[in-house]
Design a protein around this ligand. Structure first.
Ligand SMILES: NC(=O)c1ccc[n+]([C@@H]2O[C@H](COP(=O)([O-])OP(=O)(O)OC[C@H]3O[C@@H](n4cnc5c(N)ncnc54)[C@H](O)[C@@H]3O)[C@@H](O)[C@H]2O)c1
Length: 239
């Protein structure tokens, strides 16, 4: 049985991913800065849950030492602080870069050596925002572009060790967090213009992660899979 670490597993897409990977037979290590939520998800799926801030490199290393060798790493933890670039505070920029980009790198550095010799799969979470920029979204899209570049470079570096590295880029997915910031009119507008005609569900993203984690994707590495209902390809103008 393979062991999968999912960061940001306490809520939203990470929680759904942990549940789906568990249903597909993987043992789960649920990690979240909100430790209670990680422990609850782990309890629900019969895995282990830990509180950990992925931006804290030492804490991530200590966690990896406790967890031991793993097979799958899903770098899902991510945050956003919106605002015009000219007005972003130092703290907001550093928080988003530290969690989204550096948190991903720290987890790779800590957990991938435990895959050495047995191979493994790393899946990083990008975003449709990496391809389709909107004013006022702060440094978030830049961190997601950087995650895509990091994914490709890691795929090249880790390929010889049998470790595949890919990214999933969700479009507009309905989670508790996005429901809070999406007005009814935004939602209706997206449903009208997204080619697939609906917002995404967390399961749409979790299925893509599960595929990239699986042996069915054995020859897939260095790829960015957009799970966005066509959002970043173009807009439907009449329906
Ligand atoms: N929901 C969407 O529409 C959407 C779209 C594009 C990309 N994404 C990406 O998908 C990922 C998950 O997003 P979500 O919508 O589920 O968000 P969410 O806010 O619902 O969940 C994020 C989880 O990460 C945890 N977290 C935050 N900071 C952390 C840290 N420093 N260390 C460990 N855990 C931390 C949170 O506690 C939370 O449980 C993110 O990387 C996000 O950028 C989401």
């Amino acid at each position: 049985m393979s062991l999968a670490v999912v960061t940001g597993a306490g809520h939203g897409l990470g929680q759904e991913t942990a549940r789906l990977l568990a249903a597909r037979g993987h043992s789960i290590v649920a990690v979240d800065i909100d430790g209670d939520s990680a422990i609850q998800v782990a309890k629900d799926v019969g895995g282990r849950g830990f509180a950990c801030d992925v931006a804290d490199r030492d804490a991530v290393r200590a966690l990896a030492a406790r967890v031991g060798p793993i097979d799958i790493l899903v770098n899902n933890a991510g945050i956003w602080r919106f605002g015009p670039l000219l007005e972003l505070s130092h703290a907001d920029v550093m928080d988003v870069v530290n969690v989204n980009l550096l948190g991903t790198l720290w987890c790779v550095q800590a957990f991938v050596p435990g895959m050495a010799g047995r191979g493994g799969s790393v899946i990083n979470l990008s975003s449709g925002a990496a391809r389709m920029h909107s004013a006022g979204t702060g440094i978030y899209p830049t961190t997601k572009n950087a995650i895509e570049a990091l994914t490709i470079q890691l795929a090249v570096e880790l390929g010889p060790q049998g470790v595949r590295v890919n990214a999933v880029a969700p479009g507009s997915i309905l989670t508790e967090a996005t429901a809070r910031i999406l007005s009814d009119s935004d939602r209706a507008e997206r449903e009208r213009t997204i080619p697939r005609g609906r917002l995404g569900q967390p399961s749409d993203v979790a299925e893509a992660v599960a595929y990239l984690a699986s042996d069915a994707a054995d020859y897939v590495t260095g790829q960015i899979l957009y799970v966005d209902g066509g959002l970043t390809s173009g807009r439907v103008t009449s329906r």
